[in-house]
Design a protein around this ligand. Structure first.
Ligand code: 9UX
Length: 69
């Protein structure tokens, strides 16, 4: 497992936080550690999850990843 920090554009309220949490939680191989307005800290299983998967999930929630660290 590897910790990743996502910078997310378009989140402005606590409901956005809930949506992002929910979407990331659906992914097999992701443990959501913390989500705040504009960012998410997760742990990923690199065998199961890549950058593309994360970007798709956040798109699905209606937001956009602007950086992955
Ligand atoms: Mo809050 Mo977020 O009303 O897209 S859900 S701004």
């Amino acid at each position: 497992m590897k910790t990743q920090e996502l910078r997310i554009e378009g989140m402005t309220c606590s409901h956005c936080v809930m949506s992002v949490k929910k979407e990331l939680s659906k992914l097999s191989g992701v443990i959501v550690e913390d989500v705040q307005i504009g960012s998410a800290r997760i742990q990923i299983d690199e065998q199961k999850v890549d950058e593309h998967t994360l970007r798709n999930a956040i798109d699905e929630a209606g937001y956009k990843i602007i950086a992955i660290q």
